[in-house]
Write a protein that binds this ligand. Structure first.
Ligand SMILES: Nc1nc2c(ncn2[C@@H]2O[C@H](COP(=O)(O)OP(=O)(O)OP(=O)(O)O)[C@@H](O)[C@H]2O)c(=O)[nH]1
Ligand SMILES: [Mg+2]
Length: 235
């Protein structure tokens, strides 16, 4: 009932467009534009020959199995069920493409480091991921998703080395930041940043939580930059 009254007051006010804007924003924790709400599933591929034409801009989400890649894509796009998420590691077994528009794609890569995956499958993905990072012309950047409780594992470092080799931009989301108090999470962030500065200079890092929706603006800003999309709200 209250909303009806509010709406009535708003629509009769000379400032109703401003008030409507404020109302819309109250549903959205961010004041910045979200270009990823238009994301749609495009296709799943399992080998090199099935990849779509190499002529768009792609940003890939990579990380250990169960780190939170699919959840991060859902949170960034603000579409709850865009990517399938699961408590069971190894859920994303294919390379899943999502289109933002015909020229821009988000790519959910299969998770690595899951012990129970057969060795043949591991080798298949290791070869494919390295080739993808190094040879894929349309790849503009890699969002590395790491569980804040276990950052920079051996495989994460291997991925960062491939990115370095390919001169590929990488940005790290230390996700599940809700598992720690703010101060403890900040300490891990600083520690990881220090390591990156010496081992993988140029790689940026931030805290993120799909559960609390923190760090979303910062992550979108990195993506906007890679996709050459406007980050700032029009004046
Ligand atoms: N507390 C918390 N849990 C999260 C967060 N992000 C993901 N999770 C949980 O972590 C589990 C794995 O998340 P997914 O997004 O499916 O992980 P993934 O990296 O895509 O996993 P694979 O596809 O198996 O490689 C799920 O149970 C999620 O609900 C977060 O920010 N906070
Ligand atoms: Mg997944």
């Amino acid at each position: 009932m209250k909303t009806q009254i509010d709406n009535h007051v708003i629509s009769n006010s000379p400032y109703h467009h401003l008030a409507e804007q404020k109302l819309n924003m109250s549903h959205n924790t961010s004041a910045k534009p979200n270009h990823y709400r238009s994301a749609e599933f495009l296709l799943s591929v399992n080998n090199w020959s099935q990849l779509p034409q190499d002529d768009a801009i792609e940003v890939a989400f990579a990380g250990r199995s169960n780190a939170g890649k699919s959840s991060a894509i859902n949170t960034i796009s603000d579409i709850k069920s865009l990517c399938r998420t699961s408590k069971t590691p190894g859920r994303t077994q294919m390379i899943n493409y999502f289109s933002i528009d015909p020229e821009r794609h988000l790519v959910d890569l299969p998770g690595y480091g899951y012990a129970k995956v057969p060795i043949k499958v591991k080798q298949h993905w290791q070869v494919l991921l390295e080739r993808y990072l190094i040879e894929r012309s349309s790849l503009r950047g890699v969002m590395m998703i790491m569980d804040v409780r276990r950052p920079l594992t051996e495989y994460d470092c291997l991925m960062l080395q491939w990115c370095q080799k390919a001169d590929m931009s990488a940005h790290i989301l230390l996700t599940k930041a809700d598992k720690f108090k703010r101060g403890a999470a900040q300490n891990i962030l600083l520690k990881v940043r220090r390591t990156l500065n010496t081992e993988y200079p140029g790689t940026s890092v931030q805290l993120f939580s799909a559960l609390h929706k923190t760090g979303v603006d910062e992550a979108r800003e990195v993506l906007d930059n890679w996709f050459a999309l406007e980050s700032k709200q029009a004046e």
